[in-house]
Design a protein around this ligand. Structure first.
Ligand SMILES: Cc1ncc(COP(=O)(O)O)c(C=O)c1O
Length: 370
């Protein structure tokens, strides 16, 4: 890939000198993992920044999903969305749980609460929605259904770092929420993730579970896993937290430019900001109506690619079409018409803090001057 290629994302990197001094501290202390000082500092700083009561750091965004399902002893069937990254459904599979796919809403890309009840069976124990692209799910409607049927709700909030609705963190919805701090995300710790929970007792249990279940030197309280974030990545995370607001604002400006330039382009659709929502602008999906646009989504995607503009067809193909899942009754495309349509129309445009005016123009030129 040459330097002129515009990638869909670019990692937010901390200042190297500052990182170096923190590494020096780690080297001096020789404490490199297992709940060290930077790990504890980052948990405290993130809980404050994200406005959540308790948070536990993980080594990526997949293991907190798997661990949340374990901690809540979820089994049987779980209602989820096919329009996400595969890790959402894989986390269910790794726990021996049967995923039940429910269609999504056209206006947000999130699971459609109006379609959840019809998918509930006596085996259903939980709902696992995703705030896709960081757009908040209809959490009140989902919670009402969960309460009516005695179901748990675990949000895959991998995309929803810092997202708020009317001043309240979206991460406080449901029983637990999980985050990904992967390099491609708005806020990254290279690889990394977290789980958000409501009470200290749960936080303690999760802290045990991510450390093999150890509750002390000689006591193992549950069959835990190893998913601890180390000191290097915790230090890196502390530095990135200082600049994440500026990065989100830079993304916001890119979204403004894209929306302004694309608003009158026939056959190209996109979402506006939602009222009362503090967005994180983690992705900028556009949806191509081939008939109106005069070109298919895939043709535009490959044309962009040959011009050095790397969009991504997130989330295509749908999870429900992958070989592991496609035999499930709920995976039938007739059950998922909205998700199937959106997956066939979407391209996520390059979106990150470091896009220049020239980059943005180049992206737009591909789409507008076809
Ligand atoms: C919706 C969603 N869930 C889970 C994950 C898994 O996170 P990670 O890659 O940090 O394991 C990702 C991302 O990569 C994601 O996009």
């Amino acid at each position: 890939m040459d330097n002129k290629t515009i990638t869909v994302t670019s990692p937010l990197l901390p200042n190297l000198d500052e990182f170096h001094s923190m590494l020096k501290e780690i080297w001096d202390s020789k404490w490199i993992t297992n709940n060290g000082s930077f790990h504890r500092q980052l948990e405290k700083a993130l809980a404050e920044y994200l406005k959540v009561p308790y948070i536990s750091l993980f080594t990526n965004g997949t293991l907190p999903l798997i661990t949340a399902l374990q901690a809540l002893r979820i089994s049987g069937e779980v209602i989820t969305t096919p329009y996400s990254f595969v890790a959402t459904t894989h986390a269910l599979w790794w726990n021996g749980i049967k995923p039940v796919f429910v269609d999504i809403e056209r206006e947000t890309g999130n699971i459609d609460p109006a379609k959840i009840e019809a998918a509930i069976t006596p085996k259903t124990t939980a709902i696992m929605p995703v705030h896709v692209y960081g757009k908040p799910c209809k959490v009140k409607e989902i919670q009402d259904i969960a309460d009516k049927y005695g179901l748990k709700v675990i949000y895959d909030a991998a995309h929803a770092f810092g997202v708020e609705v009317n001043g309240e963190s979206i991460l406080n919805a449901g029983d637990m929420s999980t985050l990904s701090f992967h390099a491609t995300k708005v806020y990254n710790t290279i690889e990394g993730g977290a789980m958000v929970m409501h009470d200290e007792k749960t936080k303690k249990r999760i802290d045990y579970l991510k450390n093999f279940g150890f509750a002390g030197e000689t006591e193992v309280v549950a069959p835990g896993i190893n998913s601890k974030m180390d000191e290097m990545r915790s230090a890196y995370g502390l530095l990135n937290l200082k600049q994440v607001d500026a990065a989100i604002e830079a993304r916001h400006q890119v979204a403004i430019r894209y929306r302004e330039a694309l608003k009158d382009v026939e056959g190209v659709d996109f979402w506006d900001d939602m009222p009362g929502v503090k967005h994180n602008y983690s992705y900028f999906p556009i949806f191509i109506n081939a008939e109106k646009y005069g070109e298919t989504r895939d043709s535009l995607y490959f044309r962009m690619k040959s011009d050095g503009v790397l969009g991504r067809r997130y989330f295509y193909p749908l999870i429900s079409t992958f070989s592991t899942y496609r035999g499930l009754p709920s995976a039938a495309p007739e059950n998922l018409p909205v998700a199937t349509k959106i997956a066939n129309e979407v391209i996520c445009l390059p979106m990150h803090h470091a896009l220049s005016d020239e980059d943005i123009n180049k992206v737009l030129n591909c789409i507008i001057k076809k």
